[in-house]
Design a binder for this molecule. Structure first.
Ligand SMILES: [Zn+2]
Ligand SMILES: [Zn+2]
Length: 261
């Protein structure tokens, strides 16, 4: 898979495939937070992929699936992959993109966020949701109506004038809930891992005066149970200028602090 590195000079290069130079500028603006919009939407509309994320998923998918099966058979069976990004691993390995034409149409016509809300609120299609005018999700239900994913009607609850009933309409393009669920899982993990790794790999700006007396860095792992075996090994280690700096893998949470003595 060929691609273009979007963050050269950082401590973990991310290679994006499937985008033009102009699209990658747009992606960088999203990742730098200088442009509004979501990375999920961007991935859905452009079909870009990140080589490092997909390489990781391809390398460990079979092991993950086999280990999960063993765990199903024996609840006490515990396992860790040697390297684990901090994300929903089921979604990373099990998420599935939609064909690009379909993905693009769905994202353009309905918006990834609206579909995610739709899936979170799925009920039997003819079962109504009563939503108060002041409910915190009211705006989202109204958006579903605007995008043709729900209908709104008067409530059947007598004497209640402070809200309406919403009914979800079946998904467009003959999509099933399962298909959309896997697609959202795919988008959410990819967007999260891309944004997180991009941010963690950003070169730290060190004061030139400080740079002269800098001796290296100490690695600080996340320090919780979710820390993966690789990062656990690196936690507390001192590294110098020739060593690899974190992130050590996609979705790595390790940080570093300067050492001066
Ligand atoms: Zn790790
Ligand atoms: Zn780490």
């Amino acid at each position: 898979m060929e691609g273009i590195v979007i963050n050269s000079g950082s401590s973990f290069e991310l290679t994006i495939a499937g985008g033009t130079d102009a699209l990658l500028c747009e992606l960088k603006a999203l990742l730098d937070g200088t442009d509004s919009g979501t990375v999920e939407d961007f991935i859905a509309k452009t079909g870009i992929t990140c080589k490092e994320i997909e390489d990781y998923a391809d390398k460990y998918r079979a092991t993950w699936t086999a280990e999960c099966k063993l765990q199903e058979e024996d609840e006490d069976y515990e396992f860790r992959l040697p390297v684990e990004p901090y994300c929903n691993l089921d979604a990373l390995f099990g998420g599935r993109p939609l064909p690009l034409d379909l993905s693009r149409s769905v994202a353009r016509n309905f918006g990834v966020e609206n579909l995610a809300f739709y899936i979170r609120n799925r009920k039997a299609l003819n079962e109504p949701h009563f939503v108060w005018h002041t409910h915190r999700d009211r705006g989202r239900f109204d958006a579903l109506v605007r995008f043709g994913l729900a209908s709104m009607g008067a409530t059947s609850i007598k004497k209640c004038k402070e809200g309406e009933e919403f009914r979800l309409i079946s998904l467009p393009f003959g999509l099933s809930m399962g298909q959309v669920g896997l697609w959202l899982a795919y988008l959410e993990t990819r967007a999260f891992l891309l944004s997180h790794t991009y941010r963690m790999a950003r070169p730290l700006s060190v004061d030139p005066a400080v740079q002269e007396i800098l001796k290296g860095w100490e690695i600080m792992g996340a320090g919780d149970d979710a820390m993966c075996p690789l990062c656990r090994k690196m936690d507390g280690k001192r590294v110098g200028f020739r060593d690899k700096l974190p992130p050590f893998h996609v979705g790595c949470r390790c940080a570093r602090v300067e050492i001066f003595d």
